[in-house]
Design a protein around this ligand. Structure first.
Ligand code: ADP
Ligand code: MG
Length: 688
């Protein structure tokens, strides 16, 4: 059996009931396979035992002690168990918040190994977050290197280790290898079942290193195999598009009140070269917020439509989809192009009519959300799919969409630049086009940092903009008041701003819990200028384009990530008028928050912001976002393991060139893995 075929639920493992299972689920662990793929975050050497009286001051200490007494803090249901343990040097108190069951574990006189952070508090040495083992189990372990897993509330290292132990004992022996034998030999990798055991229960450091190397390599090998095979398929020629005279494009350009920037022109010509070649277009269009990507995409759509194809334009939210549909309608409907909008909230009868016209080829350009590729939507002749803010979609969705056309062309757009090396590994041989310069006449958005408590000044500056007929956004981190954190929230601030601060202006409110219908109405009013200011959560982060808006206020700006702040700031500065962004920060700032705010002050270049973001969060974070979308890597890290990636890539390429059908005895296992448990969603073109 391959590991990922062990789809039995962990709930049925001995010792794990529905309650624990639901906690595991928060970590994404549902099946036995998920569990065994739950990689330790790090390892800790617990070989050194510290006398209790020397534990305070250490970040973490390990002790071996005997249970001396039980006590309780407080009364009734809220009481907290305290367990006193002693060694020859002193006594420590284990404070067992919400872990009453420990009363039965820590029987008086029992000897335990305890690992945690000990502090002097209330005249005693206390420890409240600890991990434990019966001392004899600890002493039995030859190697004292312990895996530390990512946790969630209500789960402890011990619980995970226990579950892991049972899962490995029960299922480990049945786990088959997934790498070709020749590769395992070449690197001296252990069998997969042994590699897993070594990673979760390392016998010693060398075994751990060998096991981990094998698992990391295996993941990256399959990543590269998947990418290379998809690239091969993509290079399959297709009948070239009917050539056109670019009539639609010319007529659109003639209607525009401005000229394309040089970068837009270059982007369009690169896209057109692909559109009319006999290899499919597969291109990432990267450009900062406000750089005019939408227009480039619309022109690509017009080209495809003129040659007889249908095109789709997909956006990550309904709000954005509607806006794209409106922009598209005002620009290209006058040219005779038939446009429709398909979003999830469309009612059934309208949806049925739309589907029928789409099948009949009566719609040229369909704009929408992921509803564009739900199972019941069929196209007459889908030739081009444009995907805005592609990083918000996973490959699966792209795959579903691309499955609707023969070999549809794909244009992905993003305002979050992706480092080239990463683009290459994660997307295969995706081509890339960069729009560097913004349309002329744009003024830099002036950014001010303001400390909480001085909002009144900010509000006065905004009042001046509103009084001059401009519009404004106010953004908050939360929708409504939260018990846990005391932050300003959109609903309360909407009331406060609309009623008390700016009674003379009209306010609207949007957040993720407002119905799509209401969001649309509010947005339309804002676009038409019937609302002066919009109070929102970060739902307005992506793409919204209202050029008359010149002021942006983000309160609790310290709570937003850099790329979110940059995207938010991109909502203003969309016309030739001077725009302002006011970032109001709260009283408690982490060092990273300070860095983020300083960067926002020092640059408005999205690529510079993205780079700084990468430095602060580490490449892993960006990858994390991308990986959660489509790359499920458990043990490997594309940046840390870059050298392994290169080796795996070379091996995968050699293997495919020797044996492209994966038919030999050696590579048959690869074919079987890809057929039975494809580790990565095969690239979208494979379904074409
Ligand atoms: P992006 O999607 O790259 O963030 P948009 O496509 O929304 O940016 O464009 C931002 C604004 O710039 C839109 O209002 C658009 O009409 C305008 N625009 C696009 N190209 C030009 C240009 N060449 N000259 C002037 N304005 C432009
Ligand atoms: Mg955009």
């Amino acid at each position: 059996m391959f590991l990922r075929e062990i789809t039995g639920k962990i709930q049925y493992l001995k010792g794990i009931g529905p309650r624990l299972a639901s906690r595991f689920e928060k970590l994404g662990v549902v099946t036995i396979a998920d569990l065994l793929l739950h990689a330790p975050r790090t390892y800790e050497d617990r070989g050194e035992i510290t006398p209790i009286n020397r534990t305070p001051g250490k970040e973490r200490a390990h002790v071996i002690a005997t249970v001396a007494a039980h006590d309780y803090l407080g009364f009734g249901r809220k009481r907290t168990l305290k367990v006193y343990v002693r060694d020859s040097s002193g006594v420590a108190c284990l404070v067992c918040f919400g872990r009453d069951f420990l009363e039965r574990v820590f029987v008086i006189g029992g000897r335990f190994f305890i690992s945690g952070s000990f502090v002097y508090r209330f005249g005693e040495i206390q420890c409240s977050a600890f991990d434990y083992l019966p001392a004899q189990d600890y002493e039995k372990k030859k190697n004292k290197v312990f895996p530390l897993y990512p946790l969630t509330e209500g789960l402890f290292q011990k619980t995970i280790q226990g579950a892991m132990e049972r899962a490995l004992a029960e299922y480990g022996p049945g786990i088959d290898d997934e790498l070709p034998p020749s590769i395992r030999e070449k690197y001296g990798f252990p069998a997969k079942r042994d590699a897993l055991a070594a990673v979760h229960f390392p016998a010693d450091q060398a075994a751990l290193d060998r096991g981990r190397a094998a698992l990391v390599y295996e993941e990256l090998f399959y990543l590269e195999i998947t990418i290379l095979r998809a690239a091969l398929l993509r290079k399959t020629k297709r009948p070239a598009r009917r050539s056109i005279v670019f009539d639609l494009k010319k007529r659109l350009l003639a209607r525009l009140p401005f000229r394309l920037t040089a970068d837009q022109e270059r982007a369009i010509s690169e896209i057109e070269r692909d559109l009319f070649s006999d290899l499919p277009l597969y291109r990432l269009l990267q450009g900062d917020v406000g750089s005019g990507k939408t227009l480039v995409a619309l022109i690509a759509a017009l080209d495809a439509i003129e040659s007889g194809d249908q095109a789709v334009f997909m956006a990550p939210t309904e709000l954005l989809a509607r806006q794209h549909a409106e922009t598209a309608a005002s620009l290209v409907e006058p040219l005779g192009v038939r446009i429709a909008l398909l979003v999830g909230s469309l009612e059934q009868s309208a949806r049925d009519r739309l589907r029928a016209s789409l099948r009949a080829g009566e719609i040229d350009l369909l704009v929408g959300t992921h509803a564009l590729f739900s199972g019941d939507v069929e196209y007459k002749r889908l030739g081009l799919a444009i995907i805005d803010e592609q990083h918000r979609f996973g490959v699966l969705q792209r795959k579903a969409l691309a499955g609707k056309g023969a070999v549809p062309d794909l244009l992905l757009m993003t305002a979050t630049p992706i480092p080239r090396s990463l683009a290459l590994t994660a997307f295969g041989d995706l081509d890339s086009t960069l729009i560097k310069t913004k349309p002329p006449g744009r003024m830099k958005v002036i950014t001010h940092l303001t400390r909480e408590g001085n909002e009144a000044k900010v509000y006065e500056r905004v009042r001046a903009e509103l009084a001059a007929g401009r519009q404004a956004y106010f953004v908050y981190p939360l929708i409504e008041e939260s018990e846990k954190i005391d932050l300003k929230n959109a609903i309360d601030m909407y009331e406060n701003l609309a009623r008390s601060v700016f009674p003379e202006f009209r306010f609207g409110l949007i957040h993720s819990r407002v119905s799509e219908e209401e969001k649309r109405e509010t947005m339309e009013k804002f676009v038409r200028g019937e609302i002066d200011a919009l109070v929102a959560t970060s739902v307005v982060e992506v793409g919204v384009d209202v050029p008359n808006a010149t002021a942006l206020v983000v309160e609790h700006a310290e709570r937003f990530g850099l790329s979110a702040l940059h995207q938010l700031r991109g909502r203003v500065g969309r016309s030739a008028r001077q725009s302002y962004s006011f970032l109001v920060y709260g009283r408690t700032l982490t060092p990273d928050a300070v860095r983020r705010l300083k960067i926002m002050l020092s640059t408005d270049d999205g690529f510079a912001v993205a780079e700084e973001d990468l430095k602060i969060r580490g490449p892993g974070a960006l990858l994390g976002v991308m990986q959660s979308g489509f790359l499920s890597l458990s043990f490997a890290d594309l940046i840390r393991d870059a050298d392994v990636l290169l080796r795996a890539k070379a091996d995968a390429a050699a293997l495919l060139s020797d044996d492209p059908g994966l038919l030999s005895a050696d590579t048959g296992v690869v074919r079987e893995v890809l057929e039975r448990v494809p580790p990565f969603p095969a690239d979208f073109l494979e379904t074409g």
